[in-house]
Design a protein around this ligand. Structure first.
Ligand SMILES: [Zn+2]
Ligand SMILES: [Zn+2]
Length: 258
């Protein structure tokens, strides 16, 4: 079964979707879903905005949980929150822990001022260096989310990740993920753009070339209309890159096509 492994519902403050709506959208498309509410400890602009009551989350969403509706979390990694992040991931019976980079060195990648005074190449290199530092520290997660997250927001004419701009850093990130047996996520948000598709194919191909075998696929939906969005494009991208699409249940990797 195809799984959309990344979406936000009742417990993410920036989401406009209820879990019942996500479940209905998934049923209509005959796909499985994984809920991944935001957990960003010490968020720079608002330290606790992206945190929630995890006990209540499991209690309230238990009736929805099944083999097709899985409960996970998206943890925004920062160096100073490593110990707390690792403890949280280990404390609850998540199906899936998705690790993200939303901030670099205490600055929010979503905000334009994050890039102030930096050329694009400098911003990308700083992102990769901080990603490496976080991936070295964090172990209790299953996959690495949206490597192209900053491409949504960075204020440069060229918004794509170009391997040639930091070849050794991209390779270090991929090698570390592969050594830790963590799949890369194919985030479908930007797959409607041909330029993004081409740049991302190069990124995922390089990960595969270095020994990466698996990819998770997620829409990152915050609205019910976006559940399952562009799964076909993402599956095509995985095929072209030579990565097998997987999802996680009870923290164990499962193949989407068996
Ligand atoms: Zn995210
Ligand atoms: Zn997300």
């Amino acid at each position: 079964m195809i799984f959309d492994t990344h979406m936000h519902c009742d417990y993410s403050c920036d989401s406009h979707m209820k879990i019942a709506e996500a479940v209905a959208a998934a049923k209509q498309q005959n796909i499985g879903i994984v809920i991944t509410e935001h957990w960003d400890d010490d968020y720079p602009t608002n330290p606790s905005a992206f945190m929630f009551d995890v006990d209540e989350y499991f209690e309230r969403f238990a009736p929805y949980r099944s083999d097709k509706v899985l409960l996970g979390i998206e943890i925004g990694m920062q160096k100073q929150t490593t110990a707390a992040d690792e403890a949280l991931a280990g404390k609850y019976p998540f199906d899936y822990v998705l690790a993200s980079m939303h901030c670099i060195n205490g600055r929010d990648l979503y905000e334009e001022r994050c890039y102030e005074g930096l050329a694009k190449v400098e911003a990308v290199r700083e992102f990769l260096i901080d990603t490496l530092a976080n991936l070295e520290r964090h172990n209790n997660f299953d996959a690495f989310a949206h490597i192209d997250y900053m491409c949504r927001y960075m204020p440069y004419a060229d918004k794509e990740l170009i391997l040639g701009e930091a070849p050794e850093l991209f390779d270090q990130v991929f090698k570390l993920l592969i050594a830790k047996e963590k799949p890369l996520e194919i985030n479908t948000r930007r797959l409607d753009d041909a330029g993004a598709m081409a740049a991302l194919l190069a990124v995922y191909r390089r990960y595969a070339q270095l020994g990466g075998k698996y990819a998770v696929i997620g829409s990152d939906a915050h609205y019910k209309e976006h559940v399952g969005r562009r799964m076909r494009e993402a599956l095509g991208l995985a095929d072209e890159a030579g990565l097998e699409p997987v999802y996680f249940r009870e923290r164990k990797m499962r193949k989407m096509r068996s």
